[in-house]
Design a protein around this ligand. Structure first.
Ligand code: NAD
Length: 470
């Protein structure tokens, strides 16, 4: 019999590698099974490479716009190959770091594709190739992959998903993006910055449809200003090749047939859990549609077998997967929960950035919760004026009466960093007066948080008095 472990983790993405390290820190004998490099989608094909591309492409745009600050650069250009090299170096450094951490924590790295087997003699089991490994506990963290579209022409060579787009050796002259979700708007930001002609086709009435309405509207305006052509309520029906080598996407927009052509088409229409080959016959736990069903500790219907991250549906974010992994380890070790996994902040790395946590005003109202809200327009924020930011805002939603913080929505520079203040407030049941006890340093973007909180009481110092309050 192969060596027996306390824990085998299938998948070394941000869910799996975090669970493996935390398990080892807690004294468990751990193995992680991974068919690719450590780091999963987030490090290799998702969050990290995209943010590197956003950073490089934004720098290029900002250099071209330096005249706004009296700074002029001549002959500003970019070398796409070099941008990709920088992106890959960043990815490699982080992947190398994760590999070192696994090694340093004495986690065995088993290369190959792991398949859950039915329990044998009371032990859970995983096969990798011809080998079988046994463990008391197994965490399934196999992640997700880009969803395809069931439409004609999806296999054309210039119709790619985010993985395919990363593999290009040049920035396409024109790009049609199917889906105005998070991936769609982030790639639109990158390629519009680099001068590509970008079109977004989104089936729903808004881009970033599940975000606050004002965020979607503002982003649409800003992207349009940067030359992005955006069509909403536009359902894509198929793709074909044109005579001049472009790809034509046909879509139905408000009942009418229309078409958009580009050198490449990016399909960014959601992601699907990776369950193919994950379960041997008789080893599939109860499912929730295509997702693995779990309890509050992320245990599946099979005792000792857990599932985390994109495999279980819900919020598909790296940090949510990591939090699930930590909770699963705490459950395995009989330790109390240290994190509130119900409150998950989310960030979109457009320019300006977008970040949300908790409830919007509309969601609170839908749930019958009486709320008070505060809002600050960042054009009155000193730091935003210095850096000439696009029009942005910070909104806070609190329970009426108690003024307990319920949610926040931000669209401004550094929003993805600042949202943490509200996450801390929500998980600790802080109120508006609790948050207002902190003095904000000046000049900072975070002064906008204080102003939005003050606005709950109609006391924002840098907002013109509302007539109703006179
Ligand atoms: P998504 O679900 O956010 O957006 C997909 C969009 O495609 C939807 O708005 C949908 O209406 C649209 N769509 C689907 N079929 C269509 C069709 N035939 N025609 C036109 N539009 C169509 O999915 P995504 O953007 O692919 O992202 C996948 C996951 O990855 C998400 O859960 C996202 O949160 C996560 N992600 C997060 C970040 C981040 O946190 N910054 C970045 C990238 C991805």
């Amino acid at each position: 019999m192969s060596e027996k472990y306390d824990l085998i983790v299938i998948g070394a993405g941000p869910g799996g590698y975090v669970a493996a390290i935390r398990g080892a820190q807690k004294g468990l004998h751990v193995a992680v099974v991974e068919a690719d490099r450590a780091g999963g989608t987030c490090l290799n094909r998702g969050c990290i490479p995209t943010k590197a591309m956003i950073h490089a492409s934004s720098l290029y745009r900002e250099m071209n716009e330096g005249g706004r600050f009296g700074v002029y650069a001549e002959g500003v250009s970019y070398d796409y190959e070099k941008i990709c090299e920088y992106k890959q170096e960043t990815v490699d450094a982080l992947v190398g770091g994760v590999q070192q951490l696994l090694k340093g924590n004495k986690v065995t790295f088993i290369e190959g594709k792991g398949t859950l087997l039915p329990p044998e003699n009371g032990m859970n089991a995983v096969s990798v190739g011809d080998e079988t490994y046994y463990a008391d506990n197994i965490i399934l963290a196999a992640g997700s992959k880009p969803a395809s579209l069931p439409v004609e022409g999806i296999d054309l060579p210039h119709v790619v998903n985010s993985d395919g787009l990363f593999a290009l050796d040049h920035a396409p002259e024109s790009l049609v993006i199917i889906g105005g979700g998070v991936i769609g708007v982030e790639f639109a930001t990158v390629f519009a910055n680099l001068g590509s002609q970008v079109t977004i086709l989104e089936a729903l009435p808004k881009i970033l449809d599940n975000f606050d309405k004002e965020i979607s509207q503002n982003l649409k305006m800003i992207l349009k200003k940067r030359g992005v052509d955006i069509h909403t309520s536009a359902m894509v029906k198929g793709f074909s090749e044109t005579e001049n080598g472009l790809v034509m996407a046909t879509y139905e927009e408000k009942g009418k047939e229309a078409a958009a052509a580009g050198e490449y088409v990016l399909v960014a229409a959601g992601r699907r859990p990776v369950t193919e080959g994950l379960f041997a016959d008789g080893a599939q736990p109860e499912m929730n549609g295509r997702y693995v069903k779990v309890d509050e500790n992320y245990m599946t219907s099979i005792p000792g077998v857990y599932a985390i991250g994109d495999l279980i549906g819900g919020i598909q974010l790296a940090h949510a997967a990591s939090a699930h992994g930590i909770r699963a380890i705490e459950s395995i070790c009989g330790a109390p929960a240290t994190q509130n996994v119900a409150v998950v902040p989310a960030g979109v790395y457009t320019d300006p950035e977008i970040a949300i946590v908790g409830m919007t005003e509309a969601q609170a109202k839908d749930q019958g919760i009486d709320v008070v809200c505060g809002k600050f327009i960042m054009s009155a924020n000193g730091k935003s004026l210095i850096t000439k930011e696009e029009r942005g805002f910070i909104k806070v939603v609190a329970e009426a009466g108690s003024e307990k913080i319920l949610g926040a929505q931000m669209m401004c520079a550094r929003a993805t960093d600042m949202i943490g203040e509200f996450t801390t407030a929500i998980v600790n049941d802080l109120t508006v007066p609790d948050m207002l006890r902190s003095i904000m340093s000046h000049p900072t973007y975070s002064e906008g948080i204080g102003e939005a909180l003050e606005d709950v009481h109609g006391m924002s110092l840098h907002t013109a008095p509302r007539p109703s309050r006179r």
